[in-house]
Design a protein around this ligand. Structure first.
Ligand SMILES: Nc1nc2c(ncn2[C@@H]2O[C@H](COP(=O)(O)OP(=O)(O)O)[C@@H](O)[C@H]2O)c(=O)[nH]1
Ligand SMILES: [Mg+2]
Length: 396
C-alpha cells in the first residue's frame, strides 16, 4: 500500500457516506450502507485456474487447497485419465465465492495455447497456476506466454516435491535444502532454455502444504492480487502456519470497526446483560465467518482429522471457545457475548475508542460501539488461539 497511514484508518474511510449519515443522525442510512458493504466484501469472487499436463497433480492440488481428501464427496477425482476438455469448477466448501478450476491438460485437448485458453474461458480467471511434476514442457511455456499476452498472471508450481525429497533421502549426504535448490535451479534453467528468463518456481507437495513453498506462493499471490481480493484468498488459505492464522485475525479485526459502528447505529435488538443493542443476524454472520476462516466449524475439523489422521476428538479437546466445533445460533452467540462481555478486560476499550471517528454522537452510541468492539474482539482472539492450538495438534 503506497500510504504511510495506519491500515486501520484507511479502512475507516472505506465506506462512503457512513460518517456523514451518522453525523446527520440518520442511523438507518448509515446501517444500510455498512450492511451493503459487508455483504459485498463477503461475496467477492476469486477464480483460480489450475492447469498442467495430465498426471501433474492438478486435481490433488485442488483438493488439498480446499482441505479435502481425494476420495471425499465433492473432491476432484485424482489419478484418473482426463476425459473432458472443459474446466471443472470446485468451490471452496466454506467460501463458495472462491472457485478452484481444474483445467484439462493442454496436451489432452490438442489445441494450441490460444485456442485452449479461449476454450476454458480465460477471462474469468484471476490467475493461473501451471503445475508440473517433472520438468516443465514446451506446452507449459507456450501457455504461460499466451496467458501473459492476455494480461493475466500465472505461477509455475513444481508439484510432488515430497517424492523428490523421498528419493534423495536414501543418499548418505542428503540435505533437504540442497535437494530443493537443485530442483529449483533445474526448473529455472529449463524454463530459461524454453524462453523464460529467471522465472519464479514454487516447489509444493499437495500432501504437505505446510512444508516447502506453498506459503511463499500465498505471499506472492497476496502481493499481486488487487487489494479487494486479498482477503478472499486469505480466508480460504489452509492454516499451514501460525502466521496465516494471525493474518486472518488481523483482516477480521479491520472489519470489526464496521460491525461496531453498525451496532452504534443501533437498528437492532438489545442484548440482555450487555448495555447494547445489535443486529444479531449480522453478528452471527461475522462470527460464522471467523469460525469458517479458521477452519473451526465441525465439517472443516472433520476434514482436517481425515487428512491428518489426528482423531476428531483430539482436535476438539484443545478447543476453548464454545463457538468452535458448534453450530452458531443466535441463542449461542448471545450467551457467549454476554459471558465474554462481562469478563473481557477494559484493555480493548481504549483501542476501540481510538477508532471512533465522529465526535458529538450520543454517549449511548459510543458505549454500544465500544462494547460490541470489545466483545467481538475477545471472541475473535479466542477463536484465533483455538485455531493455533488445533494447527499444532494436527500438524506439528
Ligand atoms: N507424492 C505425491 N503425489 C502426488 C502429489 N500430487 C498428486 N500426486 C499423485 O499423482 C497422481 C496424479 O495426480 P492428479 O491430481 O490426478 O493429476 P492431474 O491429472 O494433473 O489431475 C495421483 O496418483 C496423485 O496421488 C503430491 O504432491 N505428492
Ligand atoms: Mg485431474
Amino acid at each position: 500500500m503506497a500510504s504511510s497511514k495506519d491500515p486501520d484508518d484507511l479502512y475507516m474511510e472505506d465506506i462512503p457516506g457512513v460518517k456523514e449519515a451518522l453525523q446527520n443522525n440518520d442511523t438507518a442510512a448509515a446501517a444500510a450502507k455498512i450492511q451493503e458493504n459487508l455483504k459485498q466484501q463477503h461475496n467477492i469472487p476469486l477464480n483460480i485456474a489450475i492447469t498442467g499436463e495430465s498426471g501433474a497433480g492438478k486435481s490433488t492440488f485442488v483438493n488439498a487447497f480446499r482441505g479435502l481428501c481425494d476420495d471425499e464427496e465433492g473432491a476432484a477425482p485424482t489419478g484418473v485419465t482426463e476425459t473432458t476438455s472443459e474446466a471443472t469448477p470446485y468451490p471452496h466448501p466454506n467460501y463458495p465465492n472462491v472457485m478452484l478450476w481444474d483445467l484439462p491438460g493442454i496436451g489432452t485437448t490438442k489445441f494450441p495455447a490460444k485456442k485452449y485458453l479461449k476454450l476454458v474461458g480465460f477471462e474469468k480467471f484471476d490467475f493461473f497456476i501451471i503445475i508440473s511434476a517433472t520438468r516443465f514442457m514446451e506446452n507449459d511455456v507456450k501457455l504461460a506466454q499466451e496467458i501473459q499476452k492476455m494480461k493475466k498472471k500465472f505461477y509455475f508450481v513444481h508439484s510432488k516435491v515430497d517424492n523428490d525429497i523421498q528419493a534423495e533421502r536414501r543418499k548418505r549426504d542428503f540435505s533437504a535444502e540442497r535437494t530443493l535448490k537443485v530442483i529449483r535451479d533445474d526448473c529455472v534453467q529449463r524454463l530459461g532454455g524454453l524462453g523464460f528468463e529467471s522465472p519464479q518456481v514454487f516447489l509444493v507437495s499437495s500432501f504437505e502444504l505446510h512444508l516447502y513453498d506453498f506459503n511463499l506462493l500465498h505471499q506472492t499471490l497476496d502481493r499481486d492480487l488487487p487489494s479487494k481480493k486479498r482477503d478472499a484468498l486469505l480466508f480460504v488459505m489452509p492454516n499451514i502456519n501460525p502466521e496465516i492464522i494471525r493474518k486472518k485475525k488481523e483482516a477480521f479485526k479491520r472489519r470489526l470497526y464496521w460491525l461496531a459502528t453498525l451496532s452504534a447505529a443501533g437498528a437492532a435488538v438489545p442484548v440482555p446483560g450487555l448495555s447494547i443493542a445489535v443486529d444479531v443476524a449480522v453478528l452471527v454472520g461475522a462470527v460464522t465467518d471467523y469460525v469458517f476462516a479458521f477452519g473451526l466449524d465441525i465439517p472443516s475439523l472433520k476434514r482436517l482429522s481425515d487428512r491428518t489422521g489426528v482423531p476428531y476428538a483430539d482436535l476438539c479437546a484443545v478447543i476453548f471457545s464454545p463457538l468452535a466445533a458448534a453450530e452458531i445460533t443466535t441463542e449461542l452467540l448471545l450467551k457467549v457475548m454476554t459471558q465474554v462481555g462481562r469478563t473481557a478486560t477494559l484493555m480493548a476499550a481504549e483501542e476501540a475508542s481510538r477508532f471512533i471517528p465522529f465526535i458529538g454522537i450520543p454517549v449511548a452510541m459510543v458505549l454500544s460501539f465500544i462494547t460490541t468492539y470489545k466483545v467481538l474482539n475477545a471472541i475473535l482472539s479466542e477463536l484465533a488461539e483455538d485455531a493455533e492450538k488445533v494447527f499444532e495438534k494436527a500438524l506439528v
